[in-house]
Write a protein that binds this ligand. Structure first.
Ligand SMILES: *[C@@H]1O[C@H](CO)[C@@H](O)[C@H](O)[C@H]1NC(C)=O
Ligand SMILES: *[C@@H]1O[C@H](CO)[C@@H](O)[C@H](O)[C@H]1NC(C)=O
Ligand SMILES: *[C@@H]1O[C@H](CO)[C@@H](O)[C@H](O)[C@H]1NC(C)=O
Ligand SMILES: *[C@@H]1O[C@H](CO)[C@@H](O)[C@H](O)[C@H]1NC(C)=O
Ligand SMILES: *[C@@H]1O[C@H](CO)[C@@H](O)[C@H](O)[C@H]1NC(C)=O
Ligand SMILES: *[C@@H]1O[C@H](CO)[C@@H](O)[C@H](O)[C@H]1NC(C)=O
Ligand SMILES: *[C@@H]1O[C@H](CO)[C@@H](O)[C@H](O)[C@H]1NC(C)=O
Ligand SMILES: [Zn+2]
Length: 450
């Protein structure tokens, strides 16, 4: 039996309440996106039929192409360097960026230090008190509820029972055609967290994401640990990714995911200036590490555990958001292998916009997403509607699992550390097992019992 500490419960309830306002409101003066240009109509995306868009041979798909200049013109001198911090190539001195930077009242920015990396490349937590966690630094504590006002709180789970929040990071990957074909055939839509550098490199891949009805969100320009960047660098990572996604898809996201989950209240505050809200996760497959820093079998085992949880009571009262990746053939193959069983064991396998009733996940209100009940209405299966009617009370009475671990495609360190175990724990539910970020493990309150 798990004893739930009152503070944890109240934080959880506060977060549930704040989801509603975060999804519904915009912060002041966020009209920067209106000056972005695009020729793409997101309601009528037509992909040029070239080998790269129709083949399912990874080598053919990943052959570079020059996009049709009638769709968009990507002049490298007008963008940050690919896979480098977005202030590169003079982008921190462009007129548009300078105007944006100066439009923000930085005197209101929280006075939180820029983090540093250790010599081994992991976050340096020296001197940071994970117990009091003054900056709501997820990497240290899995904190998702900001400690300061006027900042969008993170989303990290789907509230409906037996719901798998489907998310794929690090795309668009050039070799994703077989994977996207499968999702399309199965009528599955996911939240896709695109890296700005990949969007510019593989624009038709990003167009396909919108064409297929996926929920597109930002995953920064160059995939850094964002808390290690200066305010200017953080702003540039967000801004140029927004601009790239708009140019190529006609849409500007309202949601983003921090690489490695690395976010604190300084980064949240800057994101909030651009109207961006973070979406984290509460289950991590570590799929990026399969065959890289861990075995494929270990990742298969995580998938199997998470699939089991769909039916064994773990998600009887609320659902999950699962961290998985579009990053390469291995992770997409794992997705294809496991999706049939995921769908068997979970009532709902849906994108995060729909599971959170975020009907407008973009600044452009021309594209809307189904709310959860709209999604249920279209799905005439009878068992689905009964879970909807019970949902309101179940949200308030559940403690979402918050097991998490870092994922780092670029890190040499790895350990499969997501763990769910019954324990009474500290307020944050976190127990740090290793000083290294990648070794960070969180033992969560797994009881769904009050
Ligand atoms: C959709 O796009 C195609 C190709 O760009 C165009 O021929 C067609 O007229 C468009 N349809 C609508 C309804 O805008
Ligand atoms: C722009 O960024 C570069 C690093 O990429 C830095 O050296 C320079 O000082 C920055 N310029 C301004 C105006 O902030
Ligand atoms: C459900 O399955 C998971 C994964 O195998 C396991 O860790 C957890 O303890 C199970 N929960 C219950 C209530 O049986
Ligand atoms: C995309 O996937 C291919 C095939 O697995 C892989 O070789 C490539 O490195 C990936 N590209 C990126 C940018 O992650
Ligand atoms: C992975 O690559 C193989 C060939 O190298 C290909 O047949 C298969 O379709 C790819 N899987 C995915 C999910 O793209
Ligand atoms: C979504 O809407 C349904 C129906 O109004 C409601 O029961 C549920 O609590 C909402 N979920 C969220 C996350 O707001
Ligand atoms: C419709 O609901 C059933 C069970 O409630 C579920 O198995 C199925 O996957 C749902 N369909 C879609 C398209 O999500
Ligand atoms: Zn990532």
């Amino acid at each position: 039996m798990v004893q739930i500490k009152p503070l944890l419960l109240s934080l959880t309830l506060a977060q549930v309440a704040s989801f509603v306002s975060a999804a519904a409101s915009t912060t002041n003066g966020q009209d920067y996106w209106q000056s972005f240009k695009s020729n793409i109509n997101p309601l009528n995306v037509t992909l040029p039929k070239i080998t790269q868009t129709v083949s399912i041979n990874p080598t053919q798909e990943c052959t570079y192409y020059d996009p049709d200049t009638a769709l968009f013109n990507i002049d490298p001198t007008e963008w940050p360097s690919i896979w480098e911090v977005a202030t590169t190539n003079g982008m921190n001195t462009s007129a548009e960026f300078t105007a944006l930077y100066n439009s923000i009242d930085w005197t209101k920015a929280p006075n939180i230090p820029v983090r540093t990396l250790t010599s081994s490349g992991s976050l340096d937590f020296t001197g940071y008190d994970a117990n009091t966690d003054p900056d709501c630094w997820w990497s240290s504590s899995v904190c998702t509820v900001p400690k300061i006002a006027d900042v969008n709180p993170d989303i990290y789970y789907c509230p409906e029972p037996e719901t798998w929040g489907l998310t794929y990071d690090d795309g668009p990957n050039c070799s994703h055609n077989a994977f996207y074909d499968y999702l399309e055939e199965q009528k599955l839509t996911a939240s896709m967290f695109y890296i700005g550098s990949n969007v510019v490199d593989w624009p038709y891949g990003a167009m396909r994401g919108v064409k297929d009805g996926h929920h597109i969100a930002s995953h920064t320009w160059s995939h850094p640990m964002v808390t290690t960047l200066t305010n200017q660098e953080v702003l540039a990572e967000f801004y140029y990714t927004q601009k790239a996604i708009k140019l190529i898809t006609g849409l500007t996201p309202r949601y983003w995911r921090p690489p490695y989950g690395d976010v604190d209240d300084r980064v949240r505050w800057i994101a909030s200036q651009l109207g961006l809200t973070a979406i984290i996760w509460n289950l991590d497959t570590d799929d990026w590490a399969a065959g890289v820093t861990t075995t494929v079998a270990a990742v298969e085992e995580s998938y199997t555990d998470f699939i089991t949880m769909g039916k064994n009571g773990t998600f009887a009262n609320s659902g999950n958001i699962v961290l998985t990746h579009e990053i390469n053939n291995e992770t997409m193959s794992l997705a294809l292998q496991n999706l049939p069983a995921i769908r068997q064991n979970y009532q709902h396998v849906i994108n995060v916009a729909t599971c959170q009733n975020i009907t407008y996940p973009y600044f452009e209100n021309t594209v809307s997403f189904q709310s959860f009940s709209e999604y249920l209405g279209l799905n005439t299966t009878s068992s689905a509607s009964s879970s909807a009617s019970s949902s309101a009370s179940s949200v308030a009475s559940s403690i979402p699992i918050s097991a998490a671990s870092g994922s780092s495609p670029s890190s040499g360190v790895a350990s499969k550390v997501s763990s769910l175990s019954s324990t009474s724990s500290s307020t944050s539910g976190a127990v740090k097992l290793s000083p290294a970020y990648i070794g960070l493990a969180l033992v969560a309150v797994a009881g769904l019992l009050i």
